[in-house]
Design a protein around this ligand. Structure first.
Ligand code: CP
Length: 334
């Protein structure tokens, strides 16, 4: 039984297999490949794309999806081993995960970072609690550390645009926001692009470094695939000649010593990092713009970038459907 909660679960070889099948089925629909199959979906956090795309995959492939919103018609779930459950969490994942596993064929979980910091996010406590206790394939619909389905959709979008991702220069740039966001999306773009052999440039202000373990994994993938990963605090330098610009906001590497207001002020001080057409003009002539969505217009990314023909954000969102159909099939077949 396989799970997919991190790019490491499939590695560069698995990324290739899943993307090749996704691309093939995009042009030739596979039919009712999930006939009579049920995907259970447990959401601790809101979603538009993830929820709809997974549900659409199941419905369009002859299967069903059951959506559970934790704390909203579903018991609040405890993940901590040994917890004394005398507060609002009425059920432990130790029971919830095996019970759901008796009733569905695959399980998806969305559980964002609890805001406890990068070290806690590295441990990914909630998705890993599910991982320990499920008895069916588990797929991440975004957890504290990674959003691997988003990463696959991002790379599929690059492949469709450029034909190949081998040594493709792409920039992942930090972007401003009104609050510190988790690092799951930037982590997954970095890991997926490195696993696909891209020349990945990561640009962010000082103090916004990604976790060393994520960087080490990306480095290992780049080494294995002939790609590369570089880091800079100079957005212009990273954008120069890039064929794709991926904008995403994330919080500082550590909030120790920062009051919440200080973090917001720190992020506001980098408002000039918001991608504009002027910034995009430093990239290659045929450069595309990517963002996982949702996006705060004119805070994180300017209207002119999102509304320009070079923006592929809608294609990228559609590709969530295609990679997830391929992924769920792969999880069921191995
Ligand atoms: N990109 C993404 O995961 O979108 P949702 O949060 O709307 O699911």
């Amino acid at each position: 039984m396989r799970h997919f909660t991190r790019i490491q679960d499939v590695g560069p070889e698995g990324v290739e297999t899943i993307l090749a099948q996704a691309a093939a089925w995009k042009s030739q629909k596979p039919g009712a490949i999930f006939q009579s199959r049920i995907l259970g979906m447990v959401f601790f956090n809101p979603s538009l794309r993830t929820r709809t795309s997974f549900e659409a995959v199941m419905l369009r492939s002859g299967g069903h999806a059951i959506v559970l919103d934790v704390g909203n018609g579903v018991w609040k779930l405890e993940d901590r081993p040994g917890a004394v459950m005398n507060a609002d969490r009425a059920e432990h994942i130790k029971e919830a995960a095996p019970v759901l596993s008796r009733l569905v064929d695959m399980l998806g979980v969305r559980t964002f970072s609890a805001g406890g910091g990068d070290e806690e996010d590295e441990l990914d406590p909630v998705i890993n609690a599910f991982r320990r206790h499920v008895t069916v394939p588990l797929v991440s619909m975004e957890s504290a550390r990674e959003h691997p389905c988003q990463g696959l959709a991002d790379v599929l979008t690059l492949r469709e645009t450029f034909g190949t991702t081998k040594k493709l220069p792409v920039t992942l740039t930090w972007a401003p926001h009104i609050k510190p966001l988790p690092k799951a999306v930037p982590n997954s773009f970095l890991l997926s692009a490195a696993a696909a052999g891209c020349e990945v440039r990561v640009a962010h202000p000082p103090g916004f470094e990604l976790h060393p373990q994520v960087r080490a994994e990306a480095e290992a993938y780049a080494k294995a695939t002939g790609g590369s990963v570089t880091y800079t605090h100079d957005q212009d330098e990273a954008l120069a000649g890039s064929r794709a610009v991926y904008a995403k906001s994330w919080g500082p590497a550590t909030r120790a010593g920062h009051a919440p207001g200080d973090v917001a002020a720190l992020m506001a001080s980098y408002a000039g990092w918001m991608p504009t057409r002027k910034a995009m003009s430093r990239a290659a002539k045929d450069a595309i713009f990517l963002h996982c969505l949702p996006v705060r217009r004119n805070v994180e990314v300017s209207d002119e970038v999102l509304d320009h023909p070079s923006s592929r954000v809608i294609d990228e969102a559609e590709n969530r459907f295609h990679v997830q159909r391929s992924l769920l099939h792969w999880l069921q077949s191995t």
